[in-house]
Ligand binder design. Structure first.
Ligand SMILES: [Zn+2]
Ligand SMILES: [Zn+2]
Ligand SMILES: [Zn+2]
Ligand SMILES: [Zn+2]
Length: 493
């Protein structure tokens, strides 16, 4: 079964590149009974934009995460849930999609395989396996001889070992890693402590979470060239993955790779305070970008809907003493601290259920109940509420509960469009998920067709026209047009 998209990763997971989850707003569902009604305004922003692929890069070293060792190929990182992959017959830990992939990985795995056999039946965490792969490469001198597309080698990467030494959290991670490594790798691959700390720093600071198109992280990898790029919460480039291949795309046409491009290191569908502390904890810098300095953004992310005009929202800011509608100016009777608590309540639920994946059906029902409760109070830009709706749709689709998926499909895109930059791969995935869920709606409607067309534009930007995902959306759009034409022959096929 498909997992629902997850929340931002914690530092232990060493994920730079985010994984994502989240959300829209609930208004009582109005069924569009005729194709004339068009409740969703079609965004034109996409039509004026172009994005192009600037560079593609293979990892210097990568490791499949523990949960995916059986369904993700340890060489190409493509995921296959249908047919079992072939496991390495010696260690029985790593799997491959073909014997050609197995051969290509053998150069590194032949040493790793010995380590894995020696600790069997235990399987070290992906962080330790990635570290071991880095040490294997170092042992061969690859850390100075193998160069990325821009000439950087592993030894050139930043390590921030001074900051690590003064951070209790990082040091703790480091010592538990060293403890595990000592049992895992053979002595000849071990390096002296200072060098080991630098290697750890280079790995933690420069490692990308390798995500599938569904934004589920399947592994971690170090990319020598791309790791030069700095972070911005208003980035001008994005990294997504095709298997283990990292693809850098930017909205600037004809753009060449340059160090001035920025990418997001962390989830952008978050409050500034959360994002800034995550960045500081993992990467040792304080983000002072315009997005982080914009307090209004966070006010929207926790906003309530106005119960007078019904269209406006009441921003919930740390400095608010009373909640006022930005549209009609009416004062909302809800006290500020209560408004804050509502968003927090949802955040707790989002967090809590991450650790309890056993009873997914019960999780789904409790999410639906919570959503119902708050969707009449919180606004369509409220981020926790949107995250909840998004999780409901993902979970409902994975359980084939089309009714639930369909009825929540339109309730998270307003928020995600507000907080995620155009061209962000997560935004495309939000659209793809909403489209899939909405297409179960009966009867067919123009609002679903509009959503599909907007999805196509988003996909065109983030993935490019030749990507299979984009080709698939194209097909869905024309199939849906035909369905609409069949129930309403006036509608052009
Ligand atoms: Zn493969
Ligand atoms: Zn093996
Ligand atoms: Zn920022
Ligand atoms: Zn109002």
């Amino acid at each position: 079964m498909k997992e629902y998209a997850t929340q931002p990763r914690r530092i232990e997971n060493l994920n730079i590149l985010v994984q994502y989850a989240s959300p829209i707003r609930y208004t009582p569902i109005r069924h569009t009974n005729t194709v004339q009604s068009l409740p969703i305004s079609f965004s034109t922003v996409y039509f004026n934009l172009r994005m192009s692929t600037i560079v593609e890069e293979e990892p210097y070293a990568a490791a499949v995460s523990g949960a995916h060792l059986k369904n993700v190929c340890s060489n190409c990182f493509l995921r296959n849930d249908e047919k079992p992959l072939q496991r390495c017959s010696r260690c029985k830990v790593v799997s491959y999609c073909s014997s050609s992939c197995q051969k290509k990985d053998w150069g590194i795995h032949k040493d790793e395989c010995v380590f894995l056999v020696s600790v069997s039946p235990n399987i070290p965490r992906s962080t330790a396996r990635l570290m071991a792969r880095l040490l294997i490469r170092k042992h061969r001198g690859d850390d100075v001889s193998v160069k990325g597309f821009n000439g950087r080698c592993f030894d050139d990467l930043m390590h921030h070992s001074d900051e690590i030494q003064s951070s209790g959290e990082h040091l703790e991670l480091f010592s538990s890693l060293v403890h595990g490594l000592k049992q895992y790798i053979t002595e000849e691959f071990m390096v002296e402590p200072t060098e080991l700390l630098r290697c750890f720093g280079r790995m933690t600071i420069n490692c990308f979470g390798i995500t599938g198109d569904d934004q589920i992280t399947v592994g971690e990898g170090v990319y020598l060239g791309l790791s030069v790029l700095d972070h911005s919460c208003a980035p001008d480039a994005f990294v997504r993955f095709r298997g283990r291949t990292a693809i850098l795309r930017s909205p600037v046409v004809g753009q060449k790779f340059g160090n001035e491009l920025t990418i997001p290191y962390t989830n952008l569908d978050t409050l500034s305070s959360e994002r800034r502390s995550a960045l500081e904890r993992q990467y040792f810098f304080k983000c002072t970008c315009k997005v982080c300095m914009n307090t209004e953004r966070d006010g929207y992310a926790r906003s309530l809907q106005c119960d007078i005009c019904m269209k406006g929202v009441c921003l919930v800011l740390d400095s608010s003493t009373v909640l006022t509608c930005v549209t009609c100016g009416a004062v909302n009777p809800t006290p500020v601290d209560e408004a804050m608590r509502m968003s927090q309540h949802i955040e707790w639920q989002l967090e809590k259920q991450k650790d309890n994946k056993n009873d997914v059906v019960r999780n789904l029902y409790s999410d639906v109940a919570l959503f119902k409760k708050y969707s009449v109070i919180l606004s369509r830009f409220n981020l926790p509420l949107a995250a909840l709706a998004y999780r409901i749709v993902n979970l409902a689709l994975s359980l084939d509960r089309r009714d639930i998926a369909q009825s929540h499909a339109f309730f998270y895109l307003d928020a995600y469009k507000r907080y995620l930059p155009v061209g962000h791969p997560l935004l495309t995935y939000c659209f793809l998920t909403a489209s899939m869920a909405a297409s179960f709606e009966q009867p067919e409607s123009i609002r679903v067709l509009s959503l599909l067309e907007e999805t196509r534009q988003a996909c065109l930007l983030s993935h490019g026209p030749r990507d299979p995902e984009c080709v698939n959306v194209d097909r869905q759009v024309s199939l849906y047009r035909t369905r609409l034409h069949n129930i309403c022959p006036d509608f052009p096929a």
